[in-house]
Structures are given as structure tokens and as C-alpha cells.
Design a protein around this ligand. Structure first.
Ligand code: ADP
Ligand code: MG
Length: 657
């Protein structure tokens, strides 16, 4: 073992900086929090190259006196607490006195500031923790901090930074969170001089939500509120139909700070239990206000996690409030009583009671339908013997038959190939359409309509073919039951269609950009500021997917063309789901994986849904299309698309053997 030594101060500082400053978004968070603590009513954030090259935060807050400038950038120097006791009554966002020092340690930092009572301001310039200059200067009241060359002296950190888009994504999420928690403050965010967020002071949380995520989402929200002693809970939760695949749209604010809390997140999910399908997450904007004595914020370096004095009671309050709001029996008629106002100002913008009532009614209806379907689903798959044996069937047929690659669009099957094609269908464990006894003629028809379909370009409208195939039954509007040589086949209509679409998209993308459909009149699509920025940053990638877009002022973009394969989706829906997938897949290691994850989510979005009633010819077209794609026994998410109950199994089940 080497001798124990004291670390030099510069190493200590870098270790401390590493805890707080992980990426450009952490710098933005710390600087904006300082501006909020300074009482700013307007905060402008400008970044370049995802914040890696440049970050500027300007505010109109109380400023820093010239004689304090050097202390402001020194570590463990703060104006916010005086002694240890103060730690338990923290009313500001900062209190550790470490942020500016940490940022200055790993960047080139320039801070200019002026207090209202002084005629001129001062400027301090720090490089890698060393103060290079300190001088008076002219500037408006308030503070401007500029950070360049982040991590210039910690190359490992710098290497861990992701693409400009990813870092910008983190920054806009950070600003959005702070802007939700402080909706009365005017915020702007620009990237490479292009506006990303423009958020004028809002009168209420809902107004800010609408500005960030669009009026549609805001309109779908249900206000919730409750009080338990000194603890006040309020905010908005979304209709279950607005659920998301992840928890990114769940916001929890505590005394002006965005926090994460497993316990409260669990309460939220619990409240939605039975209302959401597996893997979906509710959307929620929840605000907690309590005396600072009831919570310890000094447990996490970036204060994203806190410790509550009585977390069990909070859990019950949240769960109880949400349940009461949308699961009580008189849900459809009750309109929430106005909440007591705090400090005389209202957090809630005027809300149309009629709209609230309608949304509640919708939820009740929706929940009823969902539960019924869930029950139906259980009946169809509940049996223990119902195991997915398609893999086995797949493997065994393959041993005697060489698999042929799936048909490509435009490829047709020669009549002489019919038998072989037919066998291949069995090999891929899809479906057997032929009913016993009506062999050849029926079969000819199948192939013929397949040919027709291929001519029409293999797309998902499923309106092809004319007659229902023999022995296919749609049950509960979600499963198709049919027979194969092996036995009984149960198909999940959504999963199968999703798989088909995914394969088709993937195959055509291999041959270059997706075939597009030009729109005669380009369609304007209103996006949220974050979506709009993402869209414009990724124009090329979108073009590869067949979506060509142009900026159209503000956060609106014009869609000129979109993939012909997905023409039954609206341009807006399509663009938004690609952007959602893009935002989620940003951290994917390479472009191919990113594109793939976008295709998965597009396929899922565009596929027929469970619960959709299909016309016989749609059923037929779906089964026919499944012949064209390989691996169709699993949907892209890895769920099986079909189950096969072998005849032997059925015989055994009915004690026939
Ligand atoms: P903390 O916020 O934990 O006190 P910081 O390192 O972030 O520590 O800031 C150090 C001090 O600098 C703050 O306590 C505050 O007095 C002053 N300060 C920093 N940013 C601003 C700002 N934008 N406006 C006014 N004062 C600021
Ligand atoms: Mg601070």
C-alpha cells in the first residue's frame, strides 16, 4: 500500500465539481437556480453546441456586490445559510455554496453583475479555478454568467458527453422543469441563436404546461388538490389515454424544486392501477408545498432526492387524493371545489368545469371498457397449458424445409410455386388458411389476393381481399383464432400487425430512404418548443424516414411529404411519434440502433389496435401479409404474436389420449 497523503486543493475541487457538474445541463440547472434565488423575474439561457462550447445565463435578479465577487466563485461560500441550524429551514434552491466554484473549476467562467444600489457593476473571470481578472465594468442590474470550454481540464468527463442533440435535450428538459416549478418567471432558451423555449410569465401552472407541451395535453388534464395539515398538494394528472411509455412526463415539485421520489412515484402508479396497460406510465404534474422543517434537502449533491419527515403519510395523501379525484363512484358528476389560495395568488388558471366534467366522464367510460377488455384477454390466454409453442413448431418445420427469404414488395409468386409457398407458411408457423376439404381452389384464391396485395405495395390499410378466409374468427376484437396443421392458432392482432409493419419498414429502409408520398398542400403541424427544436436538428434523419419538413415560424413546421407506407396516419401524429421515439432513443450508441428503435415505435403506433373490430377482408389481408415477413411469431417488443395449441395437446387436455 502506498503512503497516505493529503490531496492537493485542485484535486479536491475537481472531485467536488464532479459530484455536481455532470454535463452542460447541470451547469444550466445550477446557474438558473442561482437566478431564481436572486429573485429574478426574467431568465434568459443561451447555449451553443449543446452547451459543450458555450452557456450563458442572464437574469434581472438582485446581483452580487463588487466586493463579494471573489467569494461568490470560491468554494463553500454562500449568502444563503449562516449556521448548521439553517440547514433545516432552507428556503432557497442553493445553500451549499459550491456550484459557482465547481463550474469555474472545470471551465472558463465569466461573471458580470450589478446590484440595484450601485452605479456600476463588476466582472470576474476564472479559468480552471484560477481567478484571472477582477475589475469594475458597466452592466445592467442583475447577473450574467458565461461558461466556455466546459471540462477542458477534465478530458474524461468531456469524452463522456453525448451528441449536441442529446446534451441540448438534457438542457431543455432541465429548463422546462425549472420553468414548471417557477411558472411566474419569464424564461427563454436559445440554441445556436435559435429559440427553443419562449415562456412568458404565466398566471398558473396549467398555462405553463400548455406553453411547454401543447394545448392538447393541457386540455386533457384533471386538476387535483388536497391539504393535510401544513402539507399542500396540487397539480394536474392526465387522462389515462395520454399515458407514455416511460416516466419522463411525471413531474414532482417540492417547494420550487424538481425532485424524484420512488415512494411518491409508487403512489402515483398505484392510483392509475387498472387504468393503464402494462408498461404505460401516467402523465402528472404534481406540486408539494410544506414547511422546510418537514423535509431534509441535504441528502443529495444535486438535491434531486430529499428525505421527508413522514413519507408514509405523504404516500397516503397522494394516493388518496388521486383516487378520490378520478376513481370515486360519483366521478362523473362531481366538480372539484375551488382550492384555498395561498399567499393570495392562484396557481390554477381558470378551468372550464364543463370540460373537467367531460374528461372525468371519458375516464370512467374508458376505464370500464379497459377492464372489460382485460377480463376478456385473461379468458383468452389464461390457461396454463396455453404456452407459446410456435417456436417449437417453427424449429421442427425448419428442419425439413429450407427457409426462403420473405417476399419483398413487388415480388409475386408464380403459380407453380404455390405448394412450396404454402409449406413455407407452415414453416414460419404463421397460419393455415386452407380449410379441410376445400384445398386447391381456396388456396389459389389466397395466392391470387396475395399477388394483388403485393402489387398494391404491401401497406397496412388492410382493406384488401374480398372474402373472409375459412375458419378465422375474431374474438373480443383483439384475437384471431384459426387452425393450422399443428392445431389451434391464436393470434394477437395488434402484435402481429406491428411485427409486419416493422419488418416492412425495416426492409424498405435497407434499400434507402423510405418511399414518400408528397403532399399537394404541405401540412402545418404545431409542435411544442422542445419537439420543434428536435425536429429541425434532425431534418436529415427525418428525411431518411420519408418525412420532409421545413420551419414555418414559431414552433410550427410544414410537412411536405411522409412515408407512403404510413399514409393512413396523420402527418402530425406521425411526426410527433417519430420525435418522441427520437427523444427517447437519443442515447442510442449509433444511428442504426436509433433508426431501429424509431421503426419499432412507429410500427407500434401505426398497427391496428387491440379492441378494433376488423372486417373479414381485413382479417384476411392481415393473415396474408404475415406470410411475407419472417419471424412474425414475435412482435418487435418480443411478445409472441401467436400461440399454437397442438392437436395432441388439445387431445390430452380433453382426455382423449
Ligand atoms: P449557493 O447557491 O449554494 O449559495 P453558488 O456557488 O451557486 O452557491 O453561489 C454562491 C453565491 O453567489 C450565492 O450564495 C449568491 O450569494 C451568489 N450568486 C450566485 N449567482 C447569483 C445570481 N445569479 N444573482 C445573485 N447572486 C448570485
Ligand atoms: Mg447555487
Amino acid at each position: 500500500m502506498a503512503k497516505i497523503r493529503r490531496l492537493p486543493q485542485s484535486v479536491i475541487n475537481k472531485i467536488a465539481a464532479g459530484e455536481v457538474i455532470e454535463r452542460p445541463a447541470s451547469v444550466v440547472k445550477e446557474l438558473v437556480e442561482n437566478s431564481l434565488d436572486a429573485g429574478a423575474t426574467r431568465i434568459d439561457v443561451a447555449v451553443a453546441k449543446g452547451g459543450i462550447e458555450f452557456i450563458r445565463v442572464a437574469d434581472n435578479g438582485c446581483g452580487i456586490a463588487f466586493e463579494d465577487l471573489e467569494l461568490a466563485v470560491a468554494s463553500h461560500a454562500t449568502s444563503k445559510i449562516g449556521d448548521a441550524e439553517d440547514l433545516f429551514h432552507v428556503r432557497t434552491l442553493g445553500f451549499r455554496g459550491e456550484a459557482l466554484a465547481s463550474i469555474a473549476e472545470v471551465s472558463h467562467l465569466r461573471l458580470r453583475s450589478r446590484t440595484p444600489d450601485s452605479d456600476s457593476g463588476g466582472e470576474i473571470y476564472v479559468e480552471g479555478g484560477l481567478v484571472r481578472s477582477l475589475a469594475p465594468c458597466g452592466c445592467p442590474v442583475g447577473t450574467v454568467v458565461e461558461v466556455r470550454q466546459l471540462f477542458f481540464n477534465t478530458p474524461v468527463r468531456r469524452k463522456f458527453l453525448r451528441s449536441t442533440t442529446t446534451e441540448l435535450g438534457h438542457i431543455s428538459e432541465t429548463v422546462a422543469k425549472l420553468a414548471l416549478a417557477h411558472f411566474r418567471v419569464h424564461f427563454t432558451l436559445t440554441h445556436n441563436d435559435r429559440p427553443v423555449l419562449q415562456l412568458p410569465a404565466a398566471a398558473g401552472l396549467l398555462e405553463r404546461i400548455a406553453a411547454l407541451y401543447g394545448q392538447d395535453l393541457a386540455d386533457s388534464l384533471i386538476p387535483v388538490s388536497s391539504e393535510d395539515g401544513p402539507v399542500r398538494l396540487y397539480g394536474y394528472v392526465a387522462h389515462p389515454a395520454f399515458s407514455r411509455p416511460n416516466a419522463k412526463m411525471q413531474f414532482l415539485f417540492l417547494n420550487g424544486r424538481a425532485i424524484r421520489d420512488r415512494n411518491l412515484q409508487h403512489a402515483l402508479n398505484e392510483a392509475y392501477r387498472g387504468l393503464l396497460t402494462v408498461g404505460r406510465q401516467p402523465v402528472a404534474f404534481l406540486v408539494l408545498e410544506m414547511p422546510p422543517e418537514m423535509v431534509d434537502v441535504n441528502v443529495h449533491p444535486t438535491k434531486q432526492e430529499v428525505r421527508f419527515l413522514d413519507s408514509g403519510r405523504l404516500y397516503s395523501q397522494l394516493l388518496g387524493t388521486l383516487r378520490r379525484e378520478f376513481l370515486s363512484s360519483d366521478l362523473s358528476t362531481r366538480i372539484p371545489a375551488p382550492t384555498p389560495e395561498q399567499d393570495g395568488d392562484s396557481w390554477r388558471s381558470p378551468h372550464d368545469p364543463e370540460k373537467v366534467r367531460a374528461t372525468r366522464q371519458q375516464i370512467v367510460e374508458w376505464a370500464k371498457g379497459e377492464l372489460q377488455q382485460r377480463l376478456a384477454g385473461n379468458l383468452a390466454t389464461g390457461s396454463e397449458t396455453a404456452k407459446a409453442v410456435s417456436d417449437t413448431a417453427h424449429a421442427s418445420s425448419h428442419s425439413s424445409e429450407t427457409a426462403r427469404p420473405a417476399l419483398r414488395s413487388g415480388e409475386t409468386i408464380a403459380p407453380g410455386e404455390q405448394r412450396a409457398e404454402h409449406k413455407r407458411d407452415l414453416a414460419t408457423a404463421v397460419v393455415e388458411l386452407r380449410s379441410a376439404g376445400s384445398g386447391a381452389s381456396d388456396f389459389g384464391q389466397t395466392t391470387e389476393s396475395l399477388g394483388r396485395k403485393v402489387e398494391q405495395g404491401a401497406h397496412p390499410e388492410l382493406g384488401l381481399g374480398s372474402e373472409a378466409p375459412a375458419k378465422v374468427l375474431q374474438i373480443h376484437n383483439r384475437y384471431l383464432i384459426t387452425e393450422s396443421d399443428e392445431g389451434l392458432v391464436v393470434i394477437d392482432q395488434h402484435a402481429l400487425h406491428e411485427r409486419i409493419l416493422y419488418e416492412q419498414l425495416r426492409q424498405s429502409l435497407q434499400d434507402g430512404p423510405l418511399t414518400t408520398q408528397q403532399l399537394l398542400i404541405p401540412e402545418p403541424v404545431d409542435l411544442s418548443p422542445v419537439e420543434a427544436a428536435l425536429a429541425l436538428e434532425n431534418k436529415e434523419l427525418l428525411a431518411e424516414l420519408g418525412l420532409s419538413i421545413e420551419p414555418f415560424g414559431g414552433t410550427t413546421v410544414l410537412v411536405h411529404s411522409y412515408p407512403a407506407m404510413l399514409r393512413h396516419m396523420s402527418a402530425g401524429d406521425l411526426l410527433r411519434s417519430v420525435l418522441a421515439a427520437l427523444a427517447e432513443g437519443r442515447s442510442q450508441p449509433d444511428r442504426a440502433t436509433l433508426l431501429d428503435s424509431i421503426l419499432h415505435s412507429l410500427a407500434c403506433k401505426a398497427a391496428i389496435k387491440a379492441g378494433e373490430r376488423l372486417a373479414p377482408e381485413q382479417v384476411r389481408a392481415l393473415l396474408e401479409q404475415s406470410r411475407q415477413v419472417l419471424h412474425s411469431h414475435h412482435c418487435p417488443h418480443g411478445r409472441p404474436t401467436m400461440l399454437v395449441f397442438s392437436r395432441e395437446e388439445l387431445d390430452r387436455y380433453f382426455r382423449r389420449t
